[in-house]
Design a protein around this ligand. Structure first.
Ligand code: G3P
Length: 224
């Protein structure tokens, strides 16, 4: 994954139902082309395949339920998101927590399949535990700030800096992202200054009146 990066989680907001997801993905593709910024998108799961095939922007899955194919109904497997065109996976998002053993199994399966793994965490100690499992990235997001108007980098820059230090103390192989309330270029600039390699964000772009304008402006913060 090219860093510094903006990882845009579309979540399951109404704005990205149906063609809304493709429209936002095309905006991300254009902004990426115009600015050279690294933008990774996580569309709603039902739109993942269509978007991965139609848009030239790296696509990650918001989640997978199973790391092995089997006779199960209504679940999403790791091999199916890979076949659909995903190049990475969000694991243990705050809105979709997993058991520790499952997180580890998913990281191992991602490594085997050549998929980038991002493990989401809620604080420093969870980030330490996640880093010890060896994902590609840890994304630390205080849950109480998710979807809010003030960025974690403003409310609690210390937790971001200390997460980076805690992960570095475990391994130099795992990079750190942060997120929750990220809304503009300054939030991203500060996130990088605090030692992260980028941000995981959603509402600031997905719910914006002018997602293209907001995202374009945000890319200006990707310079260290
Ligand atoms: O996955 C990103 C997310 O949890 C942060 O959401 O809306 O605070 O940018 P938001």
């Amino acid at each position: 994954m090219r860093t510094p990066a903006i990882i845009l989680n579309f979540k399951t907001y109404a704005q990205v139902d149906g063609d809304g997801a493709l429209a936002l993905a095309r905006i991300c593709e254009e902004v990426q082309r115009e600015t050279g910024a690294s933008i990774i998108i996580c569309p709603p799961m039902v739109e993942l395949s269509r978007i991965a095939h139609e848009v030239n922007t790296p696509v990650f899955a918001q989640n997978v339920d199973l790391w092995e194919s089997s006779a199960r109904t209504g679940h999403t497997t790791l091999s199916s998101v890979k076949a659909a065109g995903a190049s990475g996976i969000l694991i243990n998002h705050s809105e979709n927590r997993r058991r520790m053993a499952d997180i580890e199994a998913l990281i191992t399966a991602c490594r085997k399949e050549g998929l980038t793994s991002i493990v989401c965490t809620n604080n420093i100690s969870a980030s330490r535990a996640a880093a010890a499992m060896g994902p590609d990235l840890v994304a630390m997001e205080p849950p109480e700030l998710i979807g809010g108007d003030i960025s974690v980098t403003t409310v609690n820059p210390g937790i971001v800096r200390d997460t980076v230090k805690a992960v570095e103390a475990i391994t130099s192989d795992v990079r750190v992202l942060t997120g929750a309330g990220v809304k503009n270029a300054e939030d991203i600039r500060v996130a990088l200054e605090l030692g992260t390699v980028g941000v995981l964000l959603a509402s600031g772009v997905v719910k914006a009146e002018d997602p293209r304008g907001v995202l374009r402006k945000m890319t200006e913060g990707l310079v260290r």
